[in-house]
Design a protein around this ligand. Structure first.
Ligand SMILES: C[S@@+](CC[C@H](N)C(=O)[O-])C[C@H]1O[C@@H](n2cnc3c(N)ncnc32)[C@H](O)[C@@H]1O
Length: 290
């Protein structure tokens, strides 16, 4: 694989193409964005922020890094890599030798780095560029430590700071889906791969922290009507992991929205568990831009 840095970042103020200099990105209207010493660029202007420190907190980011590095979700990363690779290899578009992949809500970069390292050794995937985007500066700082060849960006999925119709595949894992933002960004015929929790996901933990858990038919399902995308493929992955480590059970709780939603009593019980047999149940959906 031939890896290039992303050439399609765009100014979050006027949408113009950004050119990279030594230490900055600059658009033709003179808006400049410094490249931080950690190697990422902040393309989230204050007018796009809905809070002072949007997205996941540093504590959530560190908990997720620790948990994911332990490999509990590696099968999810492997399945995702397989799907991304298949999309690239089976792409029949004109520029099928050159692909840009955007991880929208990349978090601390575990999955994107995993995919990068797997594709790096694959033949037949042509020229690739990788953009990892997250609204949390702490998440992007952590992600930038994982991989120096990915273009890491602080920004929002509502208005991804990339040129219109310049991305081949958007990944959105357990994240905030903005069909409007994704539609503008993806090339015609381009794909979104969404990874969502399935009905049984983390059910053993949910049974502990909530008085009652949602039935499968009460779970949210992916709605694609009037989004400009249609579902072309869906796949489920379910497996069990044993977490025999109190710290990792705490990390898991902290990295999910369950930490804030759980009752105080439920949280206390979960935090004191010494081990947990856990179901991982995720749904992969591939959507194509119509
Ligand atoms: C549950 S985490 C998932 C992170 C990563 N995809 C993973 O699976 O490890 C959701 C991520 O979405 C980010 N996020 C929330 N709102 C966002 C937005 N509007 N634009 C981009 N990222 C956002 C959060 O900061 C957080 O890192």
């Amino acid at each position: 694989m031939n890896i290039t840095k992303a050439q399609n970042l765009a100014c979050p103020i006027d949408g113009k193409k950004l050119k990279q200099t030594d230490k900055q990105y600059v658009c033709e209207n003179g808006h400049t964005f410094d490249i931080a010493r950690q190697g990422y660029v902040n393309l989230l202007p204050v007018q796009h922020k809905r809070s002072k420190q949007p997205g996941d907190s540093k504590a959530m980011v560190l908990a997720r890094t620790d948990f994911l590095n332990a490999g509990y979700y590696q099968a999810v990363a492997e399945k995702l890599t397989e799907m991304v690779s298949a999309q690239i290899i089976n792409d029949n578009s004109i520029n099928h030798n050159e692909h840009c992949i955007l991880d929208a809500g990349c978090g601390e970069g575990y999955y994107f780095d995993f995919i990068f390292n797997a594709l790096k050794n694959e033949t037949g995937v042509g020229k690739l560029s990788f953009i990892g985007l997250d609204i949390s500066k702490d998440a992007v700082i952590q992600a930038a430590k994982r991989n120096k060849q990915i273009s890491w960006v602080v920004g929002t999925n509502r208005q991804p700071p990339v040129e219109e119709k310049s991305v081949d595949i958007i990944l959105c894992l357990f994240g905030f889906i903005s069909f409007d933002g994704f539609y503008k960004t993806v090339k015609p015929g381009g794909k979104i791969i969404i990874v969502d929790p399935g009905a049984e996901h983390l059910k053993e933990l949910r049974e502990i922290i909530y008085p009652e858990i949602k039935k499968p038919d009460q779970q949210r399902s992916l709605q694609t009507e009037n989004t400009g995308f249609s579902l072309v493929h869906s796949e489920k992955l379910q497996f069990k992991v044993n977490i025999a480590n109190k710290t990792q059970i705490n990390n898991l709780l902290l990295m999910t929205p369950h930490f804030y939603r759980a009752s105080k009593a439920g949280r206390e019980v979960a935090c004191n568990l010494q081990q947990l047999d856990l179901t991982i149940d995720v749904v992969f959906s591939v959507l194509e831009k119509s």
